[in-house]
Design a protein around this ligand. Sequence first.
Ligand SMILES: Cc1ncc(COP(=O)(O)O)c(C=O)c1O
Length: 369
Amino acid sequence: MIPVFKPSYGKEELEALKEPFETGWIGLGPKTKEFEKKFAEYIGVKYAVATNSCTAALHLAMKVMRVEGYEVITTPLTFISTNHAIVYNNGIPVFADIYPDTLNINPDEIKKLITDRTGAIVAVHYGGHPCDMDLINEIAKKHNLVVIEDAAHGCGGEYKGQKIGSLGDIACFSFHAVKNLATADGGMITTNDPEIYSRLLKLRWLGISKDTWAREEKDRKYSWYYSVEEVGYKCHMNDITAALGLVQLKKLDRMNDRRGEIIEKYNKGFADLDWIETPMVKSYAKSACHNYVIKAKERDRLNIYLQEKGISTGVHYIPNNHYQMYKNCRGETPVCEEVWTKLLTLPLFPDLTDSEVDMIVERVRRFKE
Ligand SMILES: Cc1ncc(COP(=O)(O)O)c(C=O)c1O
């Protein structure tokens, strides 16, 4: 069975694990700091804060962006974490419709939903294709809203030459096993705001502040001292995860290029089929090529057929406003309603071989022969 996603690991990852094992420093320590520094440099932002998942990153990001009590305009076509994070913070999700081509939130639909209760917009870069950020930022500026990027799919992608994760007020990445940069589990928050940064450092570690310790460190008198200024959470990254992350970061562009090659091969292989719509990339975008999602009228039958032929597939996602707890949220999403029934995710990961891609193309084509 060919999986839909698979992390790309080699000897370097195994080798990188030696250091934390040998030094015994496996918790939050120097590797996490190094990963944060290099990740911030890669994205082109001042600060990065590492967490144990993107779900935790979104939880903290929405807390520091103070969404509590406000409506937050979001997309229905995302993993449930995006919208749970709004609710964790006592925000109110409002669903805006999506573009039928990129499947990203449609700024014209955002405009229609703005009221004096709106506090934030969440931009999920679906499949690694950046949202139309100039339009989203313009709306946000006009109405004094914050923009939170859910960059879980977007590691390495760009909008008009600028990296995903540097395009709004704050951004959250996922390093879950199926993501472009995979560390089993992990996340990162990126920002340019020094105050937000220093609050996040505390919030991800139970609210613990080492400020006094840092002041007294010189004579080591108070090396045991810390203060707690607010309730935080236990969701920091550890150095085993960060060691993997550092290797994956080095390989990221190469792995993303390979994803791009596979996408091209798929697109060519399906170009003459009128019953499949292949994904498109807007002129302003460099996609992170996270997934390969086709649109097919007979999605469900094709799905079963491919599973029987040894090809795993996925559906990303069931619109979140279908779930009981989000059913009564404001916002009409007819485009999403229509398009999601056609979405089917085919295998895409850097180690997928050309002959496997050829085999997948051939089996898909035979569905109608
Ligand atoms: C769009 C999106 N947001 C958030 C998440 C949550 O990421 P994590 O599994 O790292 O918590 C995911 C994970 O699949 C995702 O796809």
